[in-house]
Design a protein around this ligand. Sequence first.
Ligand code: ADP
Ligand code: ASP
Ligand code: MG
Length: 419
Amino acid sequence: MAVIVQKYGGTSVGTPERIRAVAQRIVAAKEEGHSLVAVVSAMGDVTDELVELAVQINPEPPEREMDMLLATGEQVSIALLAMAIHALGHEAISFTGPQVGIVTDHGHTKARILEVRADRVRDAIAEGRIVIVAGFQGMTADGHITTLGRGGSDTTAVAVAAGIGADVCEIYTDVDGVYTADPRVVPDARKIDVIGYEAMLELAAAGAAVLNLRSVEFARNHGVVIHCRSSFTEAPGTIVKEADESMEQAIISGVAHDTSEAKITIRDVPDRPGVAATVFTRMAEANVNVDMIIQNVSEAGMTDISFTTPKADLVRARKAAEVVVCELGAREWLVDESIAKVSLIGAGMKTHPGVAAQMFRALSQAGVNIDLISTSTIRITCVVAAQEAEAAVRALHSSFGLDDAEVTTEVVPACGDGE
Ligand code: ADP
Ligand code: ASP
Ligand code: MG
């Protein structure tokens, strides 16, 4: 009999009825003889509501107190889920992240898990109980409550699965697996049956929120197999595991988009050595994450430097930009919050020339203007206007033949099939 970790996202536990449905699913697996650990998110939009509440009190809330507040969301759902399981006649016990020994660093609001001391989980399983764990939260070695960054319950689930040596980590969500693009944006997107860690990491890093990036990193580093599937159906979802020869080697595995970043431009900085170092040192000192960077061609000894940064870091980034402009004698700094990153991901692009050209052509045919471009060996990302992001994703998805209908026509019938 297997040890199974199941994670349920906010929508899956969004109402009392849904919590009862989740309890039934957990109990059904338990009655088949498996040992069950369920990791749960806060109900529905509770985390967003808590963030809004905090900002009404203080536009720049201290991050330690933010974590204290946000961690309450998951504490509500674990207790309710344990109660729902008791109502079905089974023994369940709920634990917070700190109670199950999720030890993190001090990076409040985006803490990293350092260790999972899962003894309490193991002991409760050995006593035959169903264990319910609060996602998204942990505690520093010196006792401060932390959270793992938005979407962090996926990471808790994978970390607990690694900590107790579970056979599988099932991530239940509101879509039935990982698709070639967000199925809410591309109705013809295709469900991927099996995907390797590396391709999934790139998709997640590029904005495919269906699996949190750090959860995939953790799974790869600890060899945890993830099964990402729907909490509303019994259909099999997507298996995420180490790539092997049996897996389909798609040239392009998918298209992802991300509207969580903003673009900052420092105008008319002197074009001399050390300028970029100053800009990005000041950003790093202000704990601002920087993603894409572009420096324009210099004119009359002056240039513009643009970069993207998470909107969550913008308050700090604006202050740092102000300092940089004074320090370097630049003209001004500008922020554009209406941008989106649109990425094409695929391990095959390394060996297939022309992918970038086709991407830019598809965007131009869709009338989408490209602002910034960055590439890695298995990803090309373009920054476009936020309102054009969905059109851009659909154009790329169809241009690279990822639409469900087109892929089906390429399937070669097995011997004996057909007329
Ligand atoms: P949960 O609350 O269960 O963690 P999330 O909202 O974090 O759920 O993730 C699920 C959502 O991810 C889906 O509703 C879907 O809109 C979005 N999504 C983005 N990209 C993809 C993709 N490539 N495949 C599937 N879903 C995706
Ligand atoms: N409740 C947290 C969030 O909304 C964590 C999670 O759902 O994974 O980001
Ligand atoms: Mg999520």
